[in-house]
Every structure is written in C-alpha cells, then in structure tokens.
Design a protein around this ligand. Structure first.
Ligand code: ADP
Ligand code: MG
Length: 403
C-alpha cells in the first residue's frame, strides 16, 4: 500500500487530490453530536493543503435512498471541517453536478471543497458494477490523484471506495495507515491476555467475528443486544429483549467451541429490564428493574447489564494486556442504561493494556459519556470495517489501495 507520505514526497502543489473521507457523523438535526470522524481526517487534509494541493473531499452520510435528501446533507460536516482546519471550506450542494464542477474549478492551491453526500447517487452503493463504474468515472473527472482515508467505509464495495481508486494513482491517507497498524497489532503477535468485549445492537453483523476471535482471544465478554441470543442459547427466557432466534444454534456452537478451546466466554449475570424502550429524546426516567439474567420476565426487555455484571467484567479486564471493545453494553443514550457502558469504558481507562475501541456508537459513547479519548490506546472510526478486518476478510477499500 502506497501512503500519502510517498505522494507528498513527489509533490502535490497545484494537483487536484480526491480524498475519500468518512464524515458520517452522528447528527441531531443540524448539530453534530460527535465530530470524531471529522477530526480523524484532519492530518491528511492538513498535510495536503499545506503542500499546496487542491483538495476535493467526498463522503457518505447515513443511508439516503440513492437520491438527494436534505436530512442527510454533508453541509454541516463540511462547515465543521472548516472550523477544525481553521480555513474556509467550500461546499458543493451536489455531488457530480454543476455545483460540484464549479467548486472544484474554483479551487486554488491549498484550498478545500467538500462534495455533497455520495449516496445521493444510486451508483455509489449499487450492486451493479457498471452503475458503480459510471459514477466512479464521473468522480474521476474531479481529480488527478486519489487518497483513501475513509476507514469506516473500506469494507464496502462502493464506487468511491472500490472503483474510483483504480482510475488514478492511489494512496492511503494517515487515518487508514493508523487504523490498519492498530488492527495488525490485534491479529499478529497479540500480547496476552487478550480480552474482547462485544455488545451493541447489530447482533448478526457481530456474531461472525466471534467465530474468528475464538481462535485468537483468551476471554470474550458479551453485553448489549447480542447477550440475549446467547442467554436464550443457554436455555433462559429473554422476554421481549433483542433476539436473533435463527442464530441460537450458532451461539450454542460458539459456547461449545469456547469450552473446548479454553476460551473464557462470559455472559451477563444480571440485567436491567423494562416493559418499554426508553425515550431517548426526553430522557424521561425509565425506572428499570434489576433481575438475574436467568429470570427475565416475559413482558420485559433487557436494556443494560446490571451491577454484578459490571463488577465481573471490570475484574475480567483488570489483568488484560490487549483489549478490543466493540458495541455498547446497553442503551447508553439514556442515562438509566448507561452504567454498563461506563463501567467497561472505565475498566479500559484504568487498564495498562493496549486498548482499542471500535464501532461508531461505541466511540461516540466513550466521548459523550465524558471519557478522555487519550486514555484509550486507539478509538477506531470504523465499526464494521474493524470487525471484518478481525474476521480475516479482504476489505474492498484496502484491496483497491494495494493495486
Ligand atoms: P457500534 O456502532 O459501536 O458498532 P452498534 O451500532 O452495534 O454499535 O450498537 C449500538 C446501539 O446498540 C446503541 O444505539 C445502543 O442503544 C444499542 N443497544 C445496546 N444494548 C442494547 C439492548 N440491550 N437492547 C437494545 N439496544 C441496545
Ligand atoms: Mg452503530
């Protein structure tokens, strides 16, 4: 993989450089609630502007349906990028239309323009390679060189990630270099004990990684929504909790394999339950009930790990040398269900281990719950991307940078 340093050595003064960033930040209306992903691309954009490049930044935001949708505009992310860079950033109100052409044509050396959301075009995420190639060709008209730095999207076979870099000289930006370096430390020569904490809501996305981690980790702690499919596999009733019934056999197989391999597999012993999902807007008190994880009432759902589990997980993290954490332990967006996630974050902060946090919501949780991000070894900007890397899969966006 050629890196941006090589590009800078060759000189980029006056060259148009297309930076595929990941500005997919959580927003509440017009307010960006966590700008971590924007800050993560600053080293690359700064280096290019300081070297006199004309920088064209493109990204996706959310999941618009292949057509312009004001709810998913990149306008606010672009203006935050400008604030953080301390220089004006032009924003094109379309992706490949007249505004984009005008914004790119107007770029002076060392200036930056952000294009509107790539996913406003069906070609970005299309399953049809010809449709993706067509969008890639139109994007290619904007630049002489490609810098891939949208780590959060490298597991996607999308036009701007997979097809576009093949149309011009391509380099990896600083964020991708850093992310891949960290993930290598979790796969080659990992320092032990290696403890993995998994939670969150995307159960089916995350079960796959367990298959691979059973070969690598010494201990796996499960929380969040995926805990209930495992509890069900152990024969417990889980009420109306998140459950993937079809994955119960896979969970049983994982539990058996962990036992055979001597991998410690730890499930919650107590959970906070309620008959209702909490109101995340008003944050009205939720009044959860604490129950043993083997005694979840039929009409209730588990929404966080309980205090015994918090203590247990902290103790299981205390002697770790390497920790990978993906997925909140509960519905941390509501203060009544944030304690489990806080306890895991605190255990990582207190640990001398090399600690890696992956996942958009996990990273946002760490920051919004008030932890100092410098207290962690690394906070990854990519959840799905880091999981697929750990699964040993080939990531299309990294493969495209290898060519
Ligand atoms: P990440 O983005 O870190 O990979 P996910 O997207 O998988 O994490 O999951 C984050 C979401 O999981 C959060 O919005 C949180 O509210 C939700 N969540 C955590 N635990 C539960 C649970 N027990 N039931 C329902 N949702 C949960
Ligand atoms: Mg998420």
């Amino acid at each position: 993989m050629k890196t941006i340093d090589e590009l800078l050595r060759q000189g980029v003064e006056g060259k148009r450089v297309f930076v595929r960033a990941d500005l997919n930040v959580p927003q509440d209306g017009t307010t960006i609630t966590d700008d971590g992903r924007i800050r993560a691309v600053l080293p690359t954009v700064k280096a290019l502007t300081e070297a006199g490049a004309k920088v064209v930044v493109a990204s996706h935001l959310g999941r618009p349906k292949g057509e312009p949708d004001p709810a998913f505009t990149l306008r606010f992310a672009a203006s935050r990028l400008g604030e953080l860079l301390g220089r004006p950033v032009a924003f094109a109100g379309d992706t490949i239309g007249s505004e984009a052409h005008a914004a790119v044509a107007a770029l002076g050396n060392g200036e930056v323009a952000v294009l509107e959301n790539l996913r406003f075009h069906p070609g970005e995420t299309s399953k049809d390679p010809a449709e993706r190639a067509e969008l890639a060709a139109r994007l290619a008209a904007f630049a002489d060189v490609y810098v891939g730095d949208g780590f959060g999207a490298v597991h996607r076979q999308h036009a701007s990630v997979f097809e576009l870099p093949r149309l011009m000289p391509q380099y990896a930006g600083y964020l991708i270099v850093t992310e891949v370096g960290v993930l290598k430390k979790l796969t080659d020569d990992v320092k032990r004990p290696y403890v993995v904490v998994l939670g969150g809501a995307k159960v089916s996305d995350k079960l796959g990684v367990i298959d691979h981690l059973l070969e690598k980790a010494d201990r796996i702690l499960i929380g969040g929504g995926m805990a209930y499919t495992f509890l069900k596999a152990k024969g417990h009733e889980v009420g109306i909790s998140l459950l993937q019934e079809d994955q119960v056999p896979a969970c049983l197989e994982y539990l058996a394999r962990a036992e055979k391999k001597g991998v410690e597999f730890v499930l919650p012993v107590d959970v906070l339950v309620s008959a209702e999902f909490p109101d995340l807007k008003t944050k009205a008190p939720a009044h959860p009930t604490l129950v043993a994880s083997s005694a979840i009432p039929a009409d209730q759902e588990g929404l966080d790990i309980g205090p015994e589990t918090r203590k247990l997980y902290a103790s299981k993290l205390a002697d770790a040398a390497t920790v990978f954490w993906n997925g909140p332990m509960g519905v941390f967006e509501h203060p009544d269900y944030a304690e489990g996630t806080k306890a895991v974050a605190q255990a990582l902060v207190d640990s001398p281990a090399f600690t890696v946090v992956g996942g958009g919501d996990s990273a946002a949780a760490v920051r919004t719950l008030g932890f100092d991000e410098n207290a962690f070894g690394h906070i990854s900007t990519g959840g799905g991307a880091s999981l697929e890397y750990l699964e040993g899969k080939t990531l299309p966006g990294l493969a495209a940078l290898e060519d």
